[in-house]
Write a protein that binds this ligand. Structure first.
Ligand code: NDP
Length: 260
């Protein structure tokens, strides 16, 4: 379903930095009214101030997406300040780095809370508003690790595979509700993500790849929303890995063991 974004209404979670921040700015450039969610108030205010300075409609909701009250606040803000909701961008996410054998058991719980459960519950809460929206769409930010698990990121890969499976299922179900579902699977992107992992016990020695900028990912996300795409992988090596894994998962298994 193609859409004209001017006058559309969106919630973007994790909008204080990286892909979420750039997606919010890009949506604002297209005339979208915004509710932005994240925990770091100063960073969130920098984004809302920038959008408001050029006449955009924007409101900050400061808090943790794993908190039900914060999710409800975002939905209430969309209803009251924007008059409804057309686009939900579930972008907030965290990572962890290291072998499973060394991991604190709490690590998987926190990753699933932020990356998966909060995204699921945000979607559930947004459904009534989205159903009344104009060409509504849910955008779930996953990862190429949602297509293919890799060592040193077992719990993160699992959380993003869960996002992938959930999104594919609801995409079919939501057809009847008139709601699109787009899955964005970034590869290595230049953001604060790797400096802010919740636990780091070891770093993998992946071959050097040039990261994509968050602004470029955001441009591709907004283009995909406009064109009504179902899936994008805004990273060349990510597309190569996914294709190789479909063609020969055993070969990718073998290649992965070389990095442990
Ligand atoms: P950043 O660390 O720059 O951004 C993450 C955003 O999520 C921040 O705005 C952060 O805000 C927010 N966030 C994290 N935890 C919570 C929480 N509990 N409640 C509310 N907000 C939260 O990283 P990216 O921009 O790279 O990450 C965005 C998405 O992209 C994530 O889902 C990530 O998994 C995915 N991704 C990133 C890749 C990369 O290479 N960078 C690769 C593949 C996927 P605050 O801390 O202020 O709350």
């Amino acid at each position: 379903m193609k859409r004209n974004l001017h006058g559309a209404r969106a919630i973007v979670t994790g909008a204080s930095s990286g892909i979420g921040r750039e997606t919010a700015l890009e949506l604002a450039r297209h005339g979208v009214g915004l509710i932005l969610v994240a925990r770091r108030e100063d960073r969130l205010r920098e984004v809302t101030d920038r959008i408001a300075a050029v006449g955009g409609t924007v409101e900050a909701v400061v808090g943790d997406v794993t908190d039900r009250a914060v999710r409800q606040q975002a939905i209430d803000a969309a209803r009251e300040k924007l008059g409804g909701l057309d686009i939900l961008v579930n972008n907030a996410g965290v990572g962890a780095m290291g072998l499973f054998v060394d991991a604190d058991p709490e690590r998987v719980r926190r990753l699933m809370e932020v990356n998966f459960f909060a995204l699921v519950e945000m979607t559930r809460l947004a459904l009534p508003l989205l159903q009344q929206g104009n060409r509504p769409i849910v955008v779930n930010v996953s990862s190429i690790l949602g297509h293919r698990g890799v060592p040193y990121s077992s719990e993160y890969s699992a959380s993003k595979s869960a996002v992938q499976g959930f999104s594919e299922s609801i995409r079919a179900e939501f057809t009847k509700l008139g709601i699109d579902v787009l899955v964005v699977s970034p590869g290595t992107t230049e953001t604060e993500f790797f400096d802010r992992v919740i636990e780091r016990t070891a770093d993998p020695k992946w071959p050097e790849h040039r990261p994509v900028s968050a602004a470029e990912v955001a441009r591709q996300v907004v283009r995909a929303i406009r064109k009504g795409k179902h899936e994008i992988i805004p990273y060349r090596w990510g597309r190569v890995l996914c294709r190789l894994n479909r063609f020969s998962p055993r070969l990718v298994d073998y290649l992965m063991t070389r990095y442990v």
